[in-house]
Every structure is written in structure tokens, then in C-alpha cells.
Write a protein of this length. Structure first.
Lengths: 112, 114
């Protein structure tokens, strides 16, 4: 199985400051189609996960452009340029290239 | 508006089975596969498997083979997951999610207790 290693485990960030989360996969996530099926999800407290970014860097509709995704092959990053109070929760990376699909272990973002 | 409405929370006895549902609306049910995901208390997310309603084909995480059975009813736009021979390890929240993980159900909390 592809292991998704997320760091840090937790992050405390002041409003207006940037945040960055890393996700490294144990093998390349480039699929046979040439596409890289790497998603970022946010699970707010008491809610279902919500997809923020797909195909490494494509923002979902309604997601502010404070969020950005980058990376390739095995190394991926989610960045928030200016954290807002609504951003708190647990962020997960998810790879959809190889079966079984696997998630990172999560990064808890707290507001300082 | 796309919506995945899951059935209610369940309290079940050890050794029993439970079947939960995920009713899709707002899109053509057979156009997308449906995933099921487990979240154990205070833990992360695990992919259980996927069903393609159009052709009734399933793909399972090896870890959940024999534990989970995925089915779909095209006439009612509903996906189902049955969990069998329940133990305390199966106590968790279970989500359905549309194929691209762009829409999720609200989750079903399953508690296995005598």
C-alpha cells in the first residue's frame, strides 16, 4: 500500500500568518494517464471531510485562493497564505492513483 | 444540488451485522462510483472500497474484504454498505463519498456494544 506521510502532526498559527503542510508518498502518484491524483481535504470539528484541492493544485469551487497546492511525484505541499479562523480543523492528503486508496494521518491546524 | 444522505446512527451487538445506506440526489447516480470511508474514534480516515453502480462492480481494500459488502440500487439512487461479524474494532463513523471525493455524506456512527 502507498504510505502517505504528513507533517507536521499539528500546527498553531496566528490569524493572518501563513501555514504549510507537507505530504510525502512512498511511491510516485503519477498515474498511467499522466495525471497525479493527489487531493487535500479539510475536516472541521464535528463535520464530514471536505475536498479543497484535487489533482495536486486545482482548487475546488468556493475555496478561497488563500489555499494552494503544489508538488509532484512523491512530494506535495498545501499552503495557506493567510490563515483565517474558519481554517481550523484537520487537513488530510489523499492519493487516488493506486489501490487501495490511502490517506495521510492528518495535520491539526489550531488558531493561535 | 448534489447531496449524499446517509442513514441514522446504529447501536449493534457484537457478532451482529449492520447495513447502512447512502441516498444520492442532485446528479445521475450511475455516472459516478461511490466510495466508503471509515473513521475510527479520534483517528484518521481509511478507504473501505468503491462500487460502480452502473455495472455493479466493486473494489475493496484487502483489509475490509469479508467485513464490508457494498451494493447499490439504481432504482432508488442508493448505495449500501453492510458490515458483518461486528466487534469493538468496527465502532467508527462511516462515510460515503462520491467518486472524486467532491461530495461526502454526513456519516453514520456505528457503536458495537453489548
Amino acid at each position: 500500500d502507498v504510505v502517505m506521510t504528513q507533517t507536521p502532526v499539528s500546527l498553531s498559527v496566528a490569524i493572518g500568518q501563513p501555514a504549510s503542510i507537507s505530504c510525502k508518498s512512498s511511491q510516485s502518484l503519477v498515474g498511467t494517464s499522466g495525471k497525479t491524483y493527489l487531493n487535500w481535504l479539510l475536516q472541521r470539528p464535528g463535520q464530514s471531510p471536505k475536498r479543497l484541492i484535487y489533482l495536486v493544485s486545482k482548487l475546488d469551487s468556493g475555496i478561497p485562493d488563500r489555499f494552494s497546492g503544489s508538488g509532484s511525484e512523491t512530494d506535495f505541499t498545501l499552503k495557506i497564505s493567510r490563515v483565517e479562523a474558519d481554517d481550523l480543523g484537520v487537513y488530510y492528503c489523499l492519493q487516488g492513483t493506486h489501490f487501495p486508496l490511502t490517506f495521510g494521518s492528518g495535520t491539526k491546524l489550531e488558531i493561535k | 444540488e448534489v447531496k449524499l444522505q446517509q442513514s441514522g446512527d446504529e447501536l449493534v451487538r457484537p457478532g451482529a451485522s449492520v447495513k447502512m445506506s447512502c441516498k444520492a440526489s442532485g446528479y445521475t447516480f450511475t455516472d459516478y462510483a461511490m466510495h466508503w470511508v471509515k473513521q475510527s474514534p479520534g483517528q484518521g480516515l481509511e478507504w473501505i472500497g468503491t462500487i460502480i453502480p452502473l455495472i455493479d462492480t466493486t473494489s475493496y481494500n484487502q483489509k475490509f474484504k469479508g467485513k464490508a459488502t457494498l451494493t447499490a440500487d439504481k432504482s432508488s439512487n442508493t448505495a449500501y454498505m453492510e458490515l458483518s461479524r461486528l466487534t469493538s474494532e468496527d465502532s467508527a463513523v462511516y462515510y460515503c463519498a462520491r467518486f472524486y471525493f467532491d461530495y461526502w455524506g454526513q456519516g453514520v456512527m456505528v457503536t458495537v456494544s453489548s
